[in-house]
Design a binder for this molecule. Sequence first.
Ligand SMILES: C[S@@+](CC[C@H](N)C(=O)[O-])C[C@H]1O[C@@H](n2cnc3c(N)ncnc32)[C@H](O)[C@@H]1O
Length: 217
Amino acid sequence: MEERKFDQITPRAILEYCYDHSKMVNAEALKRLEVRTREHGQIKMLSGPYLGKFLSMISSIIRPKYILEIGGFTGYGTACLAMGLQEEGKIISIEKNPELKGFADDIYEDLGISHKIDQRIGDARDIISTLDYSFDLVFIDAAKRQYIDYFEMVLPCIRKGGVILADNTLWKGSLVHPTLDKMGEGLDGFNKHIKSDTRVDNILMPLDDGVHFIIKK
Ligand SMILES: C[S@@+](CC[C@H](N)C(=O)[O-])C[C@H]1O[C@@H](n2cnc3c(N)ncnc32)[C@H](O)[C@@H]1O
């Protein structure tokens, strides 16, 4: 079977142009979080300053009271999403790796958002059903083969007009290739599931690694 290596969807020069002409998320504390994540390992999983900016802008437009993040990792996306929260708002960020408990607590403190962050450690598929909120915004960014499960579990907990953003939904561009890895199969299945679901409106965007933008009707 032919082996193909995929990296960025967008040509590097265009991506650099986009970076150069965007006001990236630029807090000093977030730069420290990026460095700390790099030391921890798996920096590729971090949303980073470009996608992070998109998350903070969408959140600032919606001005959510309640956000749910599925797959919090080291907390970068959590902090960016929290930037748009109402003053009394809250983000529940679920992360299954116990080693990441409190990973960014001091960073949240420095950003003045600690009181808005509720990190939950465990499997999102166990935790979502225990949450009693009406979410305005949900960010799906955990196990790529479980996106349909997360979507089906969270949809009843999202208000009408609420937004779901699902990351990595173009999987480095590999989804247009006939041979997919298991995660690619999961993401392709998710994209098809959303397109055919009459309960939601959607647009799949080639932003970063692919962001599926979904609105509950
Ligand atoms: C790509 S990272 C998330 C990046 C993060 N959202 C950000 O903006 O930087 C994916 C994370 O999902 C976590 N994860 C995977 N499966 C999960 C599950 N079933 N429940 C909760 N977290 C899960 C992984 O441990 C990993 O930390």
